[in-house]
Design a protein. Structure first.
Length: 114
């Protein structure tokens, strides 16, 4: 499976899981870090899995056994991604024109007594 370094964008082929001390062949950045894991949530700078130990430096190497390299795809089947779930399905409602959208917006704040 091909992997891409989030630091320098170098691409390389690797078989099996990322090792604890795996480095990028181009820039020597460690790959087994929270920031490269599918369970890492950048907005909160935390892990979505409640069972993991706290890691102080999310950019540094760690020894988390729950690590899954973030390839832009959801976590492997059968594994929970914690509170982060799949996005809700989009509504089948057709797109509104600008006038229709404006009317619906204004109706939200309209005084019902009028």
């Amino acid at each position: 499976m091909k992997r891409r370094c989030p630091k320098c964008s170098a691409e390389w082929e690797i078989k099996g899981p990322i090792g604890f001390r795996e480095e990028c062949p181009e820039c020597a950045a460690f790959m087994h870090t929270c920031a490269n894991c599918v369970h890492y949530q950048p907005p909160t700078r935390s892990c979505s899995l409640p069972t993991t130990d706290a890691v102080h430096d999310r950019q540094s190497i760690n020894f988390c056994e729950e690590f899954e390299f973030n390839t832009g795809e959801p976590p492997a089947a059968g594994r929970s991604a914690g509170p982060k779930t799949a996005p809700a399905p989009r509504s089948a409602e057709p797109k509104l024109s600008a006038d229709q959208a404006r009317r619906r917006f204004e109706d939200l704040f309209r005084d019902p007594k009028k």
